[in-house]
Design a protein around this ligand. Structure first.
Ligand code: PLP
Length: 386
């Protein structure tokens, strides 16, 4: 077996159909879409079509789509652009389990004198909605809560939160970087004001993102210096990225249900077999309200990094919730927020699948993992030998 890629929440393979679609935009159709000539103008037309495809997947109007450079830029723009548009309001509400593209921006705001409230989650990673509702007050400019979590796949009740913020007249942003393309969304039936997407999470290239801005939402531009994207995001557009994202959204819209079923079946087979065959292993996150492709499993008494290295030897790519910071292994902030015990949080592995995974890959991984865990436990100082 060559590479078994179970790290699709980190990034995805570009779809063949997407790759074919973007090829002409490097050496043939390389005009600037803002140019007056027909050569550039034809690119502008294709870009409009791509915008329409993204909007169709989201159920919104093409004029509500702003192309950005990545999910991180979309998140930064949503937060900083909202605060700049509401200079008298000084409070932001987020959650403890956000991606750093949101959490770090919010934490920096604290240094600038903003009040930042991080809403907690329970042991299954579910958001405390009562706390959220209590925290929204007159001073609140923005609520920014992710749609689904990148580590556990847990899906938050975003439409409910959007109703709440709508009632209270507060702007609501959601980081849907891990959600779009994995489960169906319909923004025409939602009160979400701002929503972030990243192309490379749904089989489009890296370096393209989207910020959905609902009509009427006040937002100051973050990047200035050009008229592109209706003056909301300056800079010559990443044309191949935009065309590729349009195609990826079209593919997702056509196939989302069949692919969900396929991916969920494979994920469940992998997850159930691991949990059955490895003693002292447990699922992290809400089993029910979860992305169909993600499984986060803790193996007690072993380090996630050691498991990853052993998996890597067999060509299996996954990722660990821990991050090696300044020489000490810090367990993931998401698992800590969920109260996952220290020994389990350190040994957590995220498997994230895509439509390109096969049953053979799942079977191969199921065969390798119990041995890997047993071997590591034999070396672990936390396991008492009988
Ligand atoms: N938000 C979430 C939930 C993510 O998982 C990621 C990437 O892993 C990002 C934001 C950042 O997206 P990008 O890599 O496009 O900047």
């Amino acid at each position: 077996m060559e590479t078994v890629y179970f790290d699709n929440n980190a990034t995805t393979r570009v779809a063949d159909e997407v790759f074919e679609e973007i090829k002409p935009y490097f050496c043939e159709l390389y005009g600037n879409p803002s140019s007056m000539h027909t050569f550039g103008g034809q690119v502008g037309i294709k870009m409009r079509e791509a915008r329409g495809k993204v909007a169709a997947l989201l159920g919104c109007d093409p004029s509500e789509i702003i192309f950005t450079g990545c999910g991180t830029e979309s998140d930064n723009t949503a937060i900083n652009g909202t605060l700049a548009a509401y200079p008298d309001k000084r409070k932001v509400i987020t959650s403890r389990v956000e991606h750093p593209a949101v959490l770090q921006v919010c934490r920096e705001l604290e240094h600038k004198g903003y009040t930042v409230v991080e809403i907690g989650v329970d042991k299954k990673g579910r958001l405390d909605l009562t706390e959220l509702e209590e925290q929204i007050d007159e001073d609140t400019a923005l609520v920014t809560i992710m749609y689904s979590n990148n580590e556990t796949g847990v899906i938050f009740p975003i439409d409910k939160i959007a109703e709440l913020t709508e009632d209270k007249g507060v702007v609501f942003h959601t980081d849907a970087v891990q959600t779009v393309g994995k489960i169906p969304l319909n923004l025409s039936r939602s009160n979400i004001d701002l929503l972030s997407i990243s192309g490379h999470k749904l089989h489009a290239p890296k370096g393209i993102g989207v910020l959905y801005v609902r009509k009427g939402t006040r937002l100051s531009p973050y990047m200035v210096g050009g008229h592109q994207e209706g003056g909301k995001r300056a800079g010559t557009e990443n044309v191949p990225g935009i065309i590729g994202l349009g195609k990826a959204c079209e593919l997702a819209a056509e196939n989302i249900e069949a692919e969900n079923n396929k991916v969920r079946k494979l994920r469940d087979k992998l997850e159930n077999a691991i949990l059955q065959r490895c003693p002292d292993s447990m699922l992290n996150g809400d089993k029910e309200n979860r992305l169909p492709n993600t499984s986060n499993i803790s193996f007690e008494y072993v380090e996630g990094e050691a498991i990853l290295l052993m998996l890597d030897k067999f060509g299996i790519c996954a990722s660990s919730g821990s991050a090696c910071t300044s020489g000490s292994l810090e367990p993931s902030h998401v698992l800590r927020a969920m109260g996952v015990p220290f020994t389990a949080a350190h040994g957590s592995i995220r498997f994230s699948l895509s439509r390109y995974n096969t049953e053979q890959e799942v079977d191969y991984t199921i065969e390798k993992i119990p041995d890997i865990i047993n071997r590591l436990r034999e070396l672990s100082p936390f396991v008492t030998k009988k």
